[in-house]
Design a protein around this ligand. Structure first.
Ligand code: SF4
Length: 751
């Protein structure tokens, strides 16, 4: 039943606790819920498979060290439900495509390899040997290994990711697109260029000791909920917090921390001191203006605002930047940002007052056409006051998937540096391909041209996570083979190649036993901390293999003769993999020994730890960017896609978005009441959302209008349902990230 009510003003609290246990009991039952929840994010336990928010150190961990959405994620994975072979026998591919993403996921864990033979329309169970033979047959039949693509989702462990990239490179291609291409690639591209590392430079402790925390284009209340606990600690230390977002999100308004009595009975903790309701695509203009005002303030009172010593010693490009930003077109800034000069001046005063500033961001910044320039504009503002490489300060991109950062460290990238490939070749006595492979957007474009013969995915849901859904589905159906290593069903299993395979794998919560005994894997979180993860549940079926077991089994069949790679040994003893990782992956030296320390280890970060910048000139670099923004014509609006509170990436846990007051549906579009009035539309009316890009229109049909306090001219709707509105060739400059924020749309009433 669809019900729309007023959005909430507080996050977490008792409703979050009740929701966590409701999910746990529904999927796992009380006993299993207890067993799982008490081991989650604990030393000796397993790492939450959802977002990449760091764990506090062992001394500060709570008995319940998880959030509501982490609870949903593990309940979803550790469900007792199973998808039996009879289900596949009873449902053709066409019938499976009639089942919604949400309902597919609810069916349960897959327990045996399923094969869709050419010409058939039903999956059937097969043994692992036959499944591997099917993959080997297709891969060996390809004249050019670059006709195959090997996708990775950010849930993949370090050990599995390392072996997967080794297998793919031994096979002969660098076609290793991953989910990072669609999320923080813009952060990696910008930060690598201006500070010499693509990773965030802020630890949990540094965040808590910041004097000013700015949260831009991020909704931590839903997408990294434990972050709120650390914002609360910083708040108690006296920090100012500012939210920059087209939507007012309860998670940044008030946090009712269930770990504290005030989170149960009290009024909670007010977090954001200022909410800047930015216009979509207006962030670059905002930080350009802040930089301009800081320069002005310094000129008015020399030595009181900028950290001149840091600028002289550690940066380059300041002269060009300060000259470029000496003049500012305020009317354009106000139009671009949707903010008033007074709001921006108040915001800037917080920077001037602060001696230690952290700026956090997520997809609300990285999925724009000008994302890279916008992130360098943020770094400009941080560099002006020396806010990097000191306590309480720095750039803090908050990663979305539990091991997306680790996968990149392990070599999951279509353009790994030569130094990594040189070490890999030396370690395994083979010659890896050096021609750069293709990323996610290029994979979509190759699919559009029907040029992908084999699509292989380690986890994820490529068919729905990508832009231009209709194009991707057509391209996947033209593949000779699609293969998915998965725990549960999703759309990518029903949008198949001529032949298709589903290879069931262990989840994070599952016990992983090999001939060599119980095994653990590792992950790297958003702050660059690496720790072990050990599942404690009996797997859904004894036949299910780990990601590592699947890769080793395949490699032994597809590339047995390549290099000196002990696939069978690796499959039995993951510590052997870690020894090799320690010799190839940057920063992971001596990994196995460092993991013996409780809680694992923090990777070094030259800019954070030593103010050393591994850039082209060994300096932190200022960037002179021209003001960019997204004008719209009459009757047009700017769309951002986003998650509901009952969702993680493309995994739909339910049809509720409690914080935004939406119940029982996902086909909604949030519109400012004044825009509704101006367009002659009403709350509750149904419309088609039509996007316009490069003269091409794309349509998402029948969405319910929800009157909502969005920024004027800006609308929001959930993905993956609205990914059909995104264009395959609409990508962020420099990072090639598909654009999901700032789509020009119109709303067409439907009866
Ligand atoms: S904050 Fe992220 S990693 Fe932590 S429990 Fe929640 S979803 Fe999992």
């Amino acid at each position: 039943m669809v019900d729309i009510e007023q959005p909430k003003k507080k996050a977490a609290g008792v409703p979050a606790v009740l929701s966590s246990f409701k999910f746990g009991f529904r999927e796992m039952g009380p006993a299993r819920t207890g067993k799982v929840f008490l081991k989650m994010n604990q030393d000796g336990g397993f790492d939450c498979p959802s977002c990449a928010w760091p764990d506090p150190d062992s001394k500060r961990k709570h008995a319940a060290e998880f959030c509501e959405n982490g609870a949903k994620a593990v309940a979803w994975e550790a469900t007792r439900k199973r998808v039996p072979r009879e289900f596949f026998a009873g449902h053709s591919i066409d019938e499976l495509n009639e089942i919604s993403e949400f309902e597919l996921g609810k069916l349960g864990r897959i327990t045996e390899p399923m094969l869709l033979r050419a010409g058939s329309d039903h999956y059937e169970p097969v043994g692992w040997e036959e499944a591997f033979q099917v993959v080997a047959r297709h891969l060996k039949a390809l004249v050019d290994p670059n006709d195959a693509v090997f996708y990775t989702s950010g849930r993949t462990s370090n050990e599995a990711a390392f072996l997967y990239q080794l297998f793919v490179r031994a096979y002969g291609t660098n076609n290793l697109p991953d989910c990072s291409n669609m999320c923080h690639e813009s952060s990696g591209t910008a930060l690598s260029r201006v500070i010499g590392s693509g990773k965030g430079a802020v630890t949990l402790e540094m965040l808590e000791e910041a004097e000013l925390i700015v949260v831009v284009g991020q909704n931590p209340g839903t997408n990294a909920p434990r972050m709120l606990s650390h914002l609360e600690i910083a708040k108690k230390h006296g920090a100012d917090i500012v939210s920059v977002n087209p939507l007012p999100e309860p998670g940044l308004m008030n946090f009712k921390n269930p770990q504290r009595p005030s989170g149960w009975v009290g009024k909670g903790t007010a977090l954001a001191d200022q909410h800047l309701q930015i216009r979509i695509g207006g962030d670059q203009a905002l930080f350009l203006a802040v930089g301009h005002l800081l320069l002005e303030a310094e000129a008015a009172a020399p030595g009181t605002v900028l950290d001149k010593r840091f600028i002289e010693q550690h940066t380059s490009g300041y002269e060009l930047y300060s000259k470029h930003n000496a003049e500012l077109d305020w009317p354009a800034v106000e139009q671009a940002s949707g903010l008033t000069r007074a709001e921006i001046e108040e915001f800037t005063q917080r920077f001037i007052k602060s001696k230690a500033t952290v700026i956090c961001w997520a997809m609300g910044l990285t999925q724009h056409r000008e994302a890279v320039a916008t992130i360098t504009e943020i770094v400009n503002v941080l560099l002006l006051q020396g806010n990097i490489g000191k306590p309480g300060a720095g750039p803090c991109p908050v990663r979305g998937h539990s091991n997306v950062q680790g996968d990149r460290s392990m070599g999951i990238w279509e353009k790994m540096p030569a130094a990594f490939l040189d070490r890999l070749d030396a370690e395994f006595a083979f010659t890896s391909p050096r021609e750069h492979g293709i990323d996610a957007a290029e994979t979509v474009q190759r699919l559009q041209r029907g040029e992908v013969r084999v699509f292989f995915a380690m986890g994820g849901n490529f068919a729905m996570a990508t832009p231009d859904t209709a194009v991707v589905h057509k391209g996947l159906r033209e593949c000779d083979l699609t293969v998915h290593i998965s725990t549960k069903l999703n759309r990518s299993h029903t949008v198949t190649g001529r032949e298709a395979l589903i290879l069931p794998t262990l989840g994070r919560t599952d016990h992983d036993q090999t001939a060599n005994g119980p095994q653990s894997v590792t992950v790297e979180d958003s702050q660059g901390a690496v720790h072990l993860s050990t599942g404690n549940l009996m797997p859904p079926a004894p036949e299910i293999k780990s990601e590592i077991g699947i890769v080793c089994g395949l490699a032994a069949l597809v590339v047995p003769e390549v290099g000196e790679i002990p696939w069978a040994d690796f499959a039995d003893d993951y510590s052997l993999i870690r020894h090799r990782i320690g010799r190839v992956a940057d920063g992971y030296e001596n990994m196995e020994n460092r993991l013996r320390v409780k809680g694992g280890f923090l990777l070094a970060h030259a800019a954070r730890d030593k103010r050393e910048f591994k850039t082209s000139d060994a300096k932190a670099q200022f960037s002179a960017n021209d003001l960019s923004w997204l004008p719209t014509s009459a009757g047009r609006l700017l769309l951002q896609t986003m998650r509901s509170h009952d969702q993680f990436n493309t995994t739909i846990y339910g049809l509720e978005d409690r914080y935004r007051g939406v119940h029982g549906t996902r086909e909604v579009v949030f519109v400012n009441p004044d825009d509704l009035a101006e367009l002659g539309l009403k709350d509750g009316q149904y419309v088609d959302i039509v996007s316009e890009f490069a003269g091409v229109e794309r349509r998402a049909s029948k969405f319910r209008l929800v009157s909502y306090p969005t920024a004027r001219g800006c609308v929001a709707a959930y993905y993956p349902e609205t990914n059909v509105l995104m264009a395959a060739d609409d990508v962020a400059k420099g990072s090639n990230t598909p654009v999901a924020k700032g789509l020009t749309v119109r709303l067409e009433p439907v009866s």
